[in-house]
Write a protein that binds this ligand. Structure first.
Ligand SMILES: NC(=O)c1ccc[n+]([C@@H]2O[C@H](COP(=O)([O-])OP(=O)(O)OC[C@H]3O[C@@H](n4cnc5c(N)ncnc54)[C@H](OP(=O)(O)O)[C@@H]3O)[C@@H](O)[C@H]2O)c1
Length: 306
C-alpha cells in the first residue's frame, strides 16, 4: 500500500510517497481503508520544524497526518465486531496518510451516521475541539469584549458558531481579502485592527492567526488585555500571552458528529486533492487565505466545494 512519509525537516518538498507493507489485522487491531484525510497546519509545521513536537526529531521517517475518515475492513478477535464495514472518523496521531491504517485504540474511532459526509467528518480533525476549548475559556471569563484574530480560519468559524448564544461582545478580526468569505458564514460585523470600535469594559484577545505583527498592533489599542493563543507558544515581544492546546475528549467528537449530522454545526470546506497530490495540497493550504479545510481524497475525483 502507499504511504506519505516525512524523512527530514526540509519541508513539504521532501515528502515522499512510498510503497509499504499493508498491515495485517491483529487480535486487538482494527484495520481501516482510508478515504478522506484533512490537510491541517500542524502537518506542514512538523515537516519544517524538528521542535514542533517533543518526540518528533527521533522518529523519522514517519507517516504524516493525525486522523481522517475511512471504512473498517478488518476487526481483530478481541475488538468490537460491530465496527466491521462501518464508515468511521479515526484519530491516529501515529500517522494517517496511508491507504490502510491499523489501530488498537477503539476510543479514537467514531462511527458516522449516513447524514454526515466523509469530507465533513474528516474536517472535524483539529478544528471544533480547539474551538470548544476557547469557547469554554470565553464563557468562564468575566470579560465584556472578546477580540478574535484569524476569525475566518477553520477554527475561527467553528468558534463563532459555538459562541452564537454568548452575551459577550465578539469582535472578529478579518483581513480585507477574507471578509466576503467570512460573511458567507457569519452575518456578524468584522474588523481590522485599525478600525476596531472604542471598547468599554474589559477585553480578552484570542489569537488564531499567529501573527506577532498583528498582535503588537492590537496591543497598542488594548494595552492591558491578556492574549490567549492557539498558535504562538511564547514570544518575548508579547507580554501576558498564554498558549493553550486542545486536550482530546472523545465525547466532544461524538457531539460534533451529531451536530453536523443534524445541521447544527456547519463545516467549512475548501477543496480536495487526490492522494498523489499531497504536496500540492499542502502548498495550497499553506499559501492561500483560509477558505475552509483542504482535504485529500483516496476514492473520489478532486473537488472544489461551494
Ligand atoms: N493549540 C491547538 O490546540 C491547535 C489545534 C489545531 C490548530 N492549531 C493552530 O491554529 C491555527 C489555526 O488553524 P486553522 O486550521 O483554523 O487555520 P486556517 O484555516 O489555515 O486559518 C489561518 C488563519 O490565520 C490568518 N492569518 C495567517 N497569517 C496571518 C497574518 N500574518 N495576519 C493576519 N492573519 C493571518 C488567516 O487569515 P487569511 O485567511 O485572511 O489569510 C486565517 O484566518 C494554526 O496555526 C494551527 O496550527 C492549534
Amino acid at each position: 500500500m502507499k504511504s506519505i512519509l516525512q524523512t527530514n525537516f526540509s519541508g513539504i518538498e521532501s515528502l515522499v510517497m512510498k510503497e509499504v507493507k499493508k498491515p495485517e489485522v491483529t487480535p486487538d487491531g482494527i484495520l481501516i481503508r482510508m478515504t478522506t484525510l484533512p490537510v491541517v497546519p500542524s502537518d506542514w509545521k512538523r515537516e519544517y520544524n524538528s521542535n514542533a513536537t517533543a518526540e518528533l526529531a527521533d522518529n523519522l521517517p514517519r507517516t504524516i497526518g493525525i486522523g481522517g475518515v475511512g471504512l473498517v475492513v478488518g476487526v481483530g478477535a478481541n475488538q468490537d465486531h460491530k465496527l466491521l464495514n462501518q464508515r468511521v472518523l479515526v484519530m491516529h496521531p501515529q500517522g494517517s496518510y496511508s491507504e490502510y491504517i491499523l489501530t488498537t485504540e477503539r476510543q479514537f474511532i467514531f462511527p458516522l451516521p449516513s447524514s454526515i459526509s466523509d469530507e465533513q467528518a474528516a474536517a472535524l480533525t483539529a478544528g471544533p475541539g480547539t474551538a470548544l476549548l476557547l469557547s469554554h475559556i470565553i464563557n468562564d471569563s468575566d470579560a465584556d469584549n472578546i477580540v478574535v484574530t484569524g476569525a475566518n480560519s477553520v477554527i475561527g468559524l467553528f468558534l463563532l458558531q459555538q459562541l452564537k448564544h454568548s452575551q459577550k461582545r465578539i469582535l472578529p478580526i478579518v483581513s480585507p481579502v477574507s471578509q466576503s468569505y467570512f460573511n458567507k458564514y457569519q452575518k456578524k460585523a468584522s474588523y481590522q485592527v485599525d478600525n476596531l470600535p472604542q471598547l468599554n469594559g474589559s477585553s480578552l484577545i484570542f489569537d488564531l492567526a499567529g501573527s506577532t505583527e498583528l498582535l503588537l498592533e492590537l496591543r497598542k489599542q488594548l494595552p492591558t488585555s491578556p492574549i490567549t493563543s492557539i498558535v504562538i507558544t511564547k514570544n518575548s515581544e508579547i507580554m501576558d500571552l498564554t498558549f493553550v492546546h486542545e486536550e482530546f475528549d472523545a465525547d466532544n467528537y461524538r457531539k460534533f458528529i451529531q451536530q453536523v449530522a443534524d445541521g447544527e454545526l456547519i463545516v467549512p470546506l475548501d477543496r480536495s486533492f487526490t492522494f498523489d497530490h499531497v504536496k500540492e495540497a499542502q502548498y495550497y493550504a499553506k499559501e492561500s487565505h483560509s477558505r475552509g479545510r483542504v482535504l485529500i481524497t483516496l476514492n473520489k475525483e478532486e473537488t472544489i466545494y461551494d
